[in-house]
Design a protein around this ligand. Structure first.
Ligand code: S3P
Length: 183
């Protein structure tokens, strides 16, 4: 049932738990869950890795932005973005129109552990896992830090992280400050 309430957008670096936590948030709230990477793979009938290889990152970023604009008129959704989505184009301002944004973080050693068996992430290729995490975080950390509602998932269970998000979300609903933290 649509309640016309703002979406919850869950973003953050790879391995911070966007998809797992997002699914739990959706389950607890009884909302529909959307995952940007899954939507892209279904539309393109191709894996993210193959899309990067065949068409390049720029093309992938364009599709991400197109999907972001499709959510402009949607409400009540729980959305896990890709790790870079909100750092590119104007995806942040598009999505923050009708969504509360949460940025998951995690300590580097935890990211390494969570990502060590990851094979479908093209941006982690081309160096050791530690080097790639270090390099990408150097490029991105300052940008992630500008995003609202940071939640460090390093020592949280999936349910704990989901409940934290819901608690903050409910505060927004009570105060109706949906657009208060725009960059
Ligand atoms: C990316 C993260 C990936 C995926 C793509 C690019 C990024 O999503 O969108 O490989 O730029 O950080 P996950 O964070 O879900 O792995």
């Amino acid at each position: 049932m649509s309640q016309n309430l703002p979406n919850l957008v869950i973003t953050g670096f790879m391995g911070t738990g966007k998809t797992t936590v997002g699914k739990e948030v959706a389950r607890l709230l009884g909302r529909t869950f959307y995952d940007f990477d899954c939507i892209i793979e279904q539309r393109m009938k191709s894996s993210i890795k193959d899309i990067f290889e065949k068409y390049g990152e720029g093309y992938f970023r364009d599709i991400e932005s197109k999907i972001a604009t499709e959510f402009v008129n949607k409400t009540d959704a729980v959305i896990a973005t890709g790790g870079g989505t909100l750092l590119f184009n104007n995806n942040y301002s598009i999505l923050s129109e009708n969504s509360i944004i949460f940025c998951l973080t995690a300590q580097k050693n935890i990211l390494r552990k969570r990502l060590e068996n990851s094979f479908g992430r093209p941006l982690l290729a081309g160096g050791t896992l530690s080097e790639r995490i270090e390099c990408l975080l150097n490029e991105r950390e300052a940008l992630y830090q500008k995003l609202p509602n940071p939640i460090d998932t390093s020592n949280l269970s999936i349910v704990e992280a989901a409940c934290k998000i819901i608690e903050i979300y409910n505060q927004y609903l009570v105060t109706k400050k949906y657009n208060a933290d725009k960059k």
